[in-house]
Design a protein around this ligand. Structure first.
Ligand code: ARG
Length: 580
């Protein structure tokens, strides 16, 4: 159910009947205040400007042709030519009923399912996942969940960085650890941060080690079995570390979604040959380079995109070109979404331009680089430990759970210890996720424990608590929400506001999906929970003296709020609980 889409169709039909061209933008929006109705058609002004006619007269003509018989109770012109639409309570009731009876809240699947490749999380395996990987992982996962909810065919791709020169150093160090009989699982590879640091120190300081490391890179790339074995061992451990983080984070990525950089190795030479053949790449100082005039600087010098190093080595860039080919030509993607730090925007611009020229990306494939900003500490600088080190994601999540447990302990509760620790886990993880997802992804944000774990304001704990409050109504009354079939009567303004918000889920998801922006869903759920609180204050449900029909009608609203909160939070990868 998408009221806005429905009104757009009706508005266009009316505009065409009023003599306007078919491509006129009806500009339908949700009204910002109840006195402006529930929706507005604002397209009369723009159309009148083009025709040099009177906008109010044109608005009247549109209204005369507008068929909203079952939908609106009142349509009026306001100001210079806005058309305000007041929806019929009966229309809202019928729509709510349909939503209540449907598992998916009557949110329609996409008319044509698209094949969408989503590249997200994608950590480098040389080290453990740190806070810098949080955003890609959870923003990508929320978008993936929403796409699947609407019936798209999603291919998750975890483009892990498992290739490159660092691995020579790492496997050379690993080999020595094995020779020395160090236990790998519990000691050497237990903490990849330390492992990396030790290897790097040897690389910088130890006589001969750097040469060996470089030699191992060459051997590894040449397919040497011994080096490959060491490399695989290292990669497997690193992947295991990230699996644990994904589980903790309640993220849907699994081993099957790994499509690491090395997966494209056999294609890289072909990619370069193709670029050379088409004169897209040219030799420059021994390297293969694509010069891009489209991205020229202000002096008119083209942007330089190196696709093969002078020694013949391939780069991050080459792999991404091969990935374009695989995703667009082989998988046949309609959309490719890539969630990566904004600092890589030039790279992806270069990749797309080059891939399009070379036919590695079909015209039909939309390539969408979805950048995000940085998570900052209180000091306004990228989030670090007290001593200035990178914060491991796993540690951050454990800290959040511990803090959530402490906050929950302040509240009265008759739940068992086990239940409480389960709740703390959901609140702790939810808090970190919601705080991040609720910011527009392109902006930087300041990480703050107190704000994100607060039970007030737009936070996960607030929404999770709101959910438990609604559910407690059913627990208290003993009424089974699932078997509740009643017509919703909309009389009070608080009922109306809540009903309308409930019916706007699909609109929100449309926006979130087209722009890859989970913050719109976060904002929506917060507004919904707040409207519910207002409704609950004003409209008694279980109180004595409330007519059974009124009670049941309100119970349906309550049930819809619970279902919508649960569904929405689930799309954000945030779990709910029955009690708190
Ligand atoms: N591994 C890269 C990093 O940590 C991100 C990879 C993103 N995806 C891609 N197709 N390049 O910066």
């Amino acid at each position: 159910m998408n009221i806005r889409t429905l009104l757009i169709e009706k508005a266009i039909a009316a505009m065409v009947a009023a003599g306007l061209p078919e491509d006129t933008n009806p500009a339908v929006t949700q009204s910002t205040r109840p006195q402006f109705g529930d929706y507005q058609i604002n397209g009369a002004m723009g159309a009148a400007k083009k025709l040099k006619s009177n906008p109010r007269e044109l608005a009247q003509k549109i209204i005369d042709n507008l068929d909203l018989a079952d939908i609106a109770e009142k349509t009026e012109i306001a100001g210079p030519g806005f058309i305000n639409i007041h929806l019929k309570p009966a229309f809202l009731s019928t729509s709510l009923k349909a939503a209540n009876e449907d598992e998916k809240l009557a949110v329609a699947p996409h008319a044509t399912a698209q094949k969408v490749v989503v590249d997200y999380s994608s950590p480098n395996l040389a080290k453990e996942m740190h806070v810098g990987h949080l955003r890609s992982t959870i923003i990508g996962d929320a978008v993936v969940r929403a796409l699947e909810f609407r019936g798209d065919d999603v291919v998750r791709q975890n483009h892990m960085g498992d290739w490159g020169t660092q691995f020579g150093m790492l496997i050379a160090h690993l080999e020595d650890q094995i020779k020395q009989g160090v236990d790998l699982e519990s000691v050497a590879l237990a903490d990849l941060e330390t492992f990396y640091r030790d290897a790097k120190k040897r690389f910088d300081d130890e006589e001969g080690f750097a040469d060996k490391a470089r030699d191992y890179v060459v051997k590894l790339q040449g397919g040497d079995a011994h080096c490959e074995k060491l490399w695989k061992l290292f990669i497997a451990t690193s992947v295991k570390h990230s699996e644990e983080v994904y589980k903790r984070l309640n993220v849907t990525l699994t081993q099957d979604d790994i499509m690491a950089e090395s997966a494209y190795n056999s294609e890289l030479a072909n990619i370069i040959a193709l670029l050379k053949d088409k004169d897209i790449a040219v030799e420059s100082e021994g390297a293969q380079v694509v010069f891009l005039d489209e991205l020229a600087n202000k002096d008119g010098e083209p942007s330089v995109f190196i696709v093969q190093k002078s020694g013949g080595g391939f780069l991050y860039a080459t792999t991404d070109l091969a990935a374009c080919d695989y995703r667009s030509n082989k998988l046949g993607a309609d959309r490719i979404l890539i969630f990566v730090d904004a600092r890589q925007s030039l790279h992806f611009n270069q990749v797309e331009l080059t891939a399009r020229k070379a036919g590695l990306l079909r015209d039909e494939t939309s390539y969408e680089f979805c950048p995000f900003g940085t998570m900052m500490g209180e000091d306004g600088k990228p989030f670090k430990t007290r001593t200035g080190g990178t914060v491991k994601l796993a540690d951050l999540l454990e800290e959040s759970i511990t803090r959530a447990a402490a906050k929950l302990a302040e509240r009265e509760s008759d739940l068992s210890d086990e239940e409480r620790s389960e709740i703390a886990r959901k609140v702790g993880i939810g808090a970190v996720k919601y705080a991040d997802l609720s910011k527009h992804r392109t902006s930087d944000y300041i990480f703050n424990w107190d704000t994100m774990l607060s039970f007030e304001g737009a936070t996960a704990p607030y929404l999770q608590y709101a959910y438990t409050r609604v559910r407690s109504i059913f627990r208290k009354s003993g009424i089974d929400a699932a078997s509740l079939i009643a017509d919703v009567a909309i009389n009070e303004p608080q009922e109306k506001a809540l009903a309308l918000k409930l019916l706007q889920l699909e609109e929100v998801l449309d926006l979130m999906i087209s722009e890859a922006t989970p913050h719109v869903l976060c904002g929506y759920l917060y507004e919904l929970a707040s409207l519910y609180m207002t409704f609950y204050e004003a409209c008694p449900v279980l109180k004595e003296g409330v007519e059974p029909s009124v009670r049941d009608s309100r119970l349906v609203l309550c049930n819809l709020v619970a279902k919508t909160l649960k569904t929405g939070l689930d799309l954000l990868g945030i779990e709910v609980m029955e009690q708190m």
